[in-house]
Design a protein around this ligand. Structure first.
Ligand code: SAH
Length: 362
């Protein structure tokens, strides 16, 4: 164990011994976002040598497809002379850099662009600054800082899964909340008695078998709801890509990833990425009525509908034989059902626009 790990564990132990067990959401928040020792606060977690590889880090084609998607929405909005392009959780800035490179030839697009980034990690912020300085991005802390009075296009890849959630488990006597406690100086899960099912558990899931786990993220839902209000008001579209399930269901999806493999969520405190699957049905329910939600569709279908296979062929033709195998491998990783193609889903919400927006790929 390194020094920092011990210290975050100590902070956790101290907090729990003073105030009792903490819920999974508070645990996740501390492990990821503690100002000094939180996972996102101290290092760059991406890439082949990092903890996990995201779609934009797999291949530039992913960002190129999203660039075409964003440019198409901008055209459908009537090519406004000024609009906000916001990325939530931009990581290393790779996706946005690819989007902006892919849209260089779209007349008027770059001069209309007001680029905003919402990022919690100072380490990643400085990487974004370096990569995107040409486009003069401005960072915002929350979506309430989105500029008013102009159309908005928002994207987020693997952003929602990083937001905290809470976890409930069915017991013989009812539902209880899964919390983190300390026993013999070790972190352990415990169940806090709560006999009545919390309101967030849908009625059709309350009678599941003992031991079933239900996960609920008010933070994600609230984010989606608030963004839907802004889109309804200002016009535009939001596109989110993440792993998760189409229908609200029971299942324990809380996971920790370190060095590209799964680790126990109670180990490697502050040194592993913690996430859970996104409940897309819940997101749809949370968008206000004035917006139109499209999807979710699988990432594989979305990218194929946008023409990713044709783009890959073009790159192969220009890149020579050496690159062919790599491009095919990357494409497979992004679209195959056995890879990212089926687990990852894409959801889009569109504000009230005249004429109605028809997001591509959905
Ligand atoms: N979109 C990138 C990174 C995904 S990882 C990619 O696809 O490679 C999640 C990203 O969300 C990281 O940049 C992380 O620092 C950021 N993040 C996590 N929680 C956040 C929060 N509450 N507000 C803003 N950014 C957050």
């Amino acid at each position: 164990m390194d020094k920092q790990e011990i210290r975050l564990i100590d902070i956790l132990r101290d907090k729990i011994s003073k105030n009792g067990p903490i819920n999974v959401g508070a645990f996740m928040d501390l492990c990821l976002s503690h100002p000094e020792h939180g996972y996102y606060m101290k290092k760059d977690p991406f890439g082949a040598r990092g903890d996990f590889v995201t779609a934009p880090e797999v291949s530039q084609i992913f960002g190129e497809m999203l660039g075409a998607w964003v440019a198409d929405i901008w055209h459908q909005l009537g090519s406004p002379e000024a609009f906000t392009l916001l990325e939530c959780g931009p990581g290393r800035g790779t996706l946005m850099a690819d989007i902006l490179r892919a849209t260089r030839g779209v007349e008027g697009f770059h001069s209309a662009l007001d680029l905003r980034l919402m990022e919690i990690s100072p380490v990643l912020k400085s990487m974004q600054e370096e990569k995107l300085s040409l486009y003069e991005p401005q960072w915002i802390e929350g979506i309430d800082e989105i500029p008013q009075g102009q159309a908005l296009i928002v994207i987020g890849n693997e952003f929602l899964d990083a937001l905290p959630f809470r976890s409930y488990q069915k017991t013989r006597s009812g539902w209880a909340e899964r919390c983190v406690d300390v026993k013999d100086s070790e972190l352990v899960f415990t169940l806090l008695d709560e006999e009545t099912a919390p309101n967030c558990i849908p009625f059709h899931l309350r009678d599941v078998k003992v031991g079933s786990v239900f996960e609920y993220s008010e933070v994600r839902n609230e984010f989606f709801r608030n963004l839907s209000r802004i889109l309804a008001d200002q016009g535009g579209a939001g596109l989110f890509i993440d792993y998760g399930h189409e229908k609200t269901a029971v299942g324990d999806t809380f996971q920790a990833i370190k060095d590209n493999s799964y680790s126990s969520v109670l180990n490697d405190i502050g040194d592993a990425d913690l996430t859970s699957h996104v409940d897309f049905e819940m997101l749809v329910h949370n968008a206000i009525r004035e917006v139109r939600v499209h999807g979710p569709v699988t990432q594989g279908d979305f990218l194929k509908n946008l023409g990713i296979e044709i783009r890959a062929q073009m790159l192969i033709r220009h890149g020579g034989e050496k690159h062919e195998a790599q491009i095919k491998k990357d494409l497979h990783r992004l679209v195959a059902s056995s890879e990212m193609g089926a687990l990852f889903k894409v959801i889009c919400m569109c504000g009230k626009n005249e004429p109605e927006l028809k997001p591509a790929g959905m």
